[in-house]
Structures are given as structure tokens and as C-alpha cells.
Design a protein around this ligand. Sequence first.
Ligand code: BES
Ligand code: MN
Ligand code: ZN
Length: 494
Amino acid sequence: MQYAIKNSLVITKQKEECLVITVQSGKTQSNLIKEIDNVNNGLISQLIKSGDISGELGKTTFLYSSANATKQKILVVGCGEAKSFDLNSAKKVIQATIKELTTKKVKNICWDILTLNPAISGEIAKQLPQITSELTYSFDQFKSTKSKQPSLQKITLLYSDKQTINQVESQLFQGQIIADAITSTKNIANMPSNVCNAKYLAEEGESLGKQYINLKVTCLGEKELAKLNMNAYLAVGRGSANESIMTVIEYHGAKDKKAQPYVLVGKGLTFDSGGISIKPSAGMDEMKYDMCGAATVFGVMQAVAELKLPINVVGVMAGCENMPDGNAYRPGDILTTMSGITVEVINTDAEGRLVLCDTLTYVERFKPKTVIDIATLTGACIVALGHHYTGVMGNNPQLVEQLVNSSNKAGDKAWSLPIDSDFQEQIKSTCADIVNAGGRDGGTITAACFLSRFTEKYQWAHLDIAGTAWKSGANKGATGRPVAMLIQYLLDQK
Ligand code: BES
Ligand code: MN
Ligand code: ZN
């Protein structure tokens, strides 16, 4: 999709195939509507008068202008009351508009949506590409009949306020980069486990590294992981025929090449069968999405490189597969992690924290400013927060607060959960330092408690995205969350 901003429009000379105009409920209407009326014998005000156009939020009416020989198309979209027009109403207007334009197979539009409420024009400009690409996304690589390519090719936005046009333009540009990052994350996350294994994640990482000269990509296979004593990570992958590979993507954008980096660690379980503590069959297919944390890291690193952020960032994709096998790790095993902490395996299905704990120890070498891990870690998080909020926990209240703020700003919701010492009791072991599963109660928090034992050397936050990274059921598919929230966090670190 191509986007442009233009600062004036002469109705009779407009070149775009279709003009999309917003109408408010109530009497006042924009000058643009008056101009259209002037060259169309009062067409729109008549329709408003007769009640055919009400201005109701998200209601669309398709018209043909009689003003010129080209039979200009006009899509009128209701935006409700002007005084209550906020980002949420803008989202509804955008959704309704894109859907209607798709049905009508329109290719090229001129749109006044940014002119409605100048106070939030920048925010709307940032959301527009994200909502549009969400609505037009399809994952049909494996379908014999491909879904039709969206007809819409170009969106030209009207905006004339000289004071803010540069800012709105840069928000539009950011929005496009965020939208592309989300699409990349979805494409990787939707890939089935017979294609997307740890090697696939590594190859995707390497090809990203080739695309952007400011990225450096390193892959560590089982031999290298063994040299580093990453035994918990390796134990999880031992039942799989696919090699465990950790992919490290480094971005240097700060003037000071040695400035402390922001580190992102993504859980990359390309399939989680549960291992010997095998999962029930129903819904097990969805465990192909257990690498959404790693896919998020990929998307965010792409955006960071594309935005040329003036900071240093390291993204790690911890690729691995959890399978039952004669060689698989078992319940009762005691593992010595890279940090030296020993772990008694209670449940081989609590594998994410085992892969993450060694990766979190590994990243100490970067002397990180902050470390954020992103993981589809616990079913309990879905019980706690449903599919709406990502769970945020950590060892630094300011960092947790910043992340929640970024999530609100990005419209990619997150909520913080407590991890105080009371919960730590639940991961005591009789024969090792800790167990890997703390029981049903507060399962999201005790998983974070486990990780907290490995993150004492830096400021750390943990995002549990089990409920938000993908949708189940009829419209099954990755959502690309929490890419927008993390990009916002990094944008705010400048
Ligand atoms: N990948 C799962 C978590 C998950 C389950 C995400 C369902 C999304 C939907 C994770 O590896 C897991 O199996 N966690 C266990 C932990 C338990 C054994 C302590 C869980 O949540 O049941
Ligand atoms: Mn599991
Ligand atoms: Zn898992």
C-alpha cells in the first residue's frame, strides 16, 4: 500500500478514483462537504436532510458525483459526534471504510480522515497503516487457491495544518514501518512446525541481517550451546530431531557503539507437544504458535533497523522443539543451568522457562540496559487476562510501568501482575535449588518467579503473550502482538 499526504483539494480537479469523506451526526459539516454540495446541487445535504445519511459511526454510503464527466465515486462515512471523535472511533471509521472499499474494488482514494480532530491526527496517521494491513492480511501460501489481492493500492490523505503536517507525516511513516513489522511477525508465526523449526528461524534472522547493513546476526547450534553449559535449553530440545539453535541479532544505532543495549529475548518453541508430560490432542496444533515470542523479536528488530533508532538493541530468538522421544528429558531429571542453579523437572511441558533461563543468563554478556523477554509461557495467563491483555512482570517497577504505558500508547494492551516473594515459596524443590513448575495457582506469576532467579544482574521484564499472540478457532492465526507495544517502548528510549 502506498500512502501520501496532500494539503489541498479542488473537488473538480481531483484525480483519485474515489473521494472518502466523513460526515458527523448533527448539523455542522465540513467545508469539504459544502464544496461537494456546491458542484452537485446539494446532493449530500439532501441525503442528510432525508435521513439517508445519518453520520452514525462507521455507517457507509456509496455515491456517484454528477459534477464531472468521469463519474467520480464518493464514499460517505459516518463518524458520530465530532466532539466525541477519538482514536477508537477513528479505528471504527477506518475499518468500515477499508471493508467497503474492498467490496467495491476501489484502487485509489483521497480521504479527509485526518482533518476531523487535529488533536489526534498524528495518532490516526500512525494507526491507519496498521489497521489497513491487518484487514488486508492473508496467509495463503499453502492454499491451492490464493485469496484475491486487495484492490486498494494508494491512500492519499488530506491534511492542511502547516504547523503539524511534518509531525503527522512522520507518524504516518512510523505507522507503515510498524505495520510491516507486524506482518513479518505474523508470516513467521503462522508458518507450520514442519517448515518453521529453529533452523528456519535462524535462516530468517540471517536473511534479515543481509537486508540491513546495521544488523549483525550470529547463530549458535547445539555444539556452541553445550560449550556454554546451556543445559536446560539443550534438555528441552533433546527429544527433537530438529537442532536447537539460538539466533542473536545485534543492532548498533547509538553514536556510542558501546552504549548499553536494550535486549529482547523471544521464546521460540517451534512446536510444544509437552514432551513426556504430553499435552492432550485437542488444540495441540496451536502449539506451532509457541514461537510467537521469537517471531515478535524478529519483527521488532526489522522495525528498529528500518527506523534507524539511535540506540543499541540486541534481539535473541531462542529456537527449540519440545518432543517426546527415547532421548527426551523426563520429569524428575535434575538439570544444571548455565548460571549454576539446579532445576528439578516436575513437568516437561513447563519447557519455555527452561529455554529462557539459559538465554537470560547468556545475555548478561551484553551488559544490558534492560532485558525484556517475550513468551507464550503459561495457559494460566489466558485465565487471568483473557485474550485482551499481555501480562507484564519484572524486577523493576519503573520498567514495568514504562511497558504498560507504551502498550496503552500503541493500542496494544498490557497489564501488570505482582511477583512478590510470597510466590517464590511455590518453586522450592526437595532435591534441587528450584522446580520448573509451581502448581496451578498463580501459574503465570510462579513462571515469572522462576525466570526472576536468572535475571538478578540487570533490569528485567517478562511479557506473557499466551493469550494475545494468536487467535484460536475459526479465524485461527497469529496477531503480531506485542510488536507495536515493544516498538513504542524503544521509540521512547531515544
Ligand atoms: N506453551 C505453553 C503455554 C500455553 C498453553 C500457551 C496454552 C498458550 C496456550 C507452555 O509451554 C506450557 O505448556 N505451560 C504449562 C505450564 C505448566 C505445566 C506449569 C501450562 O500453562 O499449562
Ligand atoms: Mn509447554
Ligand atoms: Zn510452551
